[in-house]
Design a protein around this ligand. Sequence first.
Ligand SMILES: *Cc1c(COP(=O)(O)O)cnc(C)c1O
Length: 242
Amino acid sequence: YFMDAVTSTVKDNADFIPPFGKGSLYIRPICFGVSKAIDVQAATEYVFMVFTSPVGPYFKVGSRPLHLYLSDKYHRAAPKGIGNAKAIGNYSASLYPGSVAKSKGFNDMIYVHAKNEKIIEEMGAANLFVLSDGELLTPKLGGSILDGVTRDSVITIARDILNLTVKETDIEIERLLSADEVFCTGTAVVVTPVGSITGLDGKHRIADEKMGRLTFKLKEMLTGIQHENIPDEFGWLYPIKE
Ligand SMILES: *Cc1c(COP(=O)(O)O)cnc(C)c1O
């Protein structure tokens, strides 16, 4: 049912697919409750729809490194909550902190763990990776981080193709700030490098205007598989026939 809805929506919107290399057709499946009720309760009726739109890059800076703001003043999601769901409620908590970061001139915000503020979680809508001492690290899933498909693809490429050690673990702020490379992942951001992180104690430079070598490699491999320039050994592609 789900795949039928996605494939038929994509087929119906084929005219809006940007020319090869110029963008993509973003697909967003949405589900929301519509049953009549005035009290707070779970809905008994739902609308499921598939929304598509042609898109260019998510961040205006393109693939130039991002400047991020790290603060323990706001939390995005808490353990034992719903931070692991792609649910609208999670974004209410991140819109104001995100606008604070933007008003200070940053591209986005890095959130720390709500219970242990010494470790990092993710951004408003992207997962984080850190290259440190030759190991690729990403915060472990614990219910308050979104289990992103791009996170999963990057872990698979790094482990199975590049033979890197990848650890899903707790990452302390100090380890993040002294990393060799930092990047974020998401369907919209794909793999985007982080150039600097400004924390409670000032600005930390991670990279200059050039993308780190591993960040570049991972982005090249993921987009290479998506564009069919690199063979898809993992069965990720889903061809849609006319
Ligand atoms: C969407 C999203 C991501 C990235 O997930 P993908 O499945 O890779 O698109 C990461 N974190 C949050 C909070 C998100 O909403």
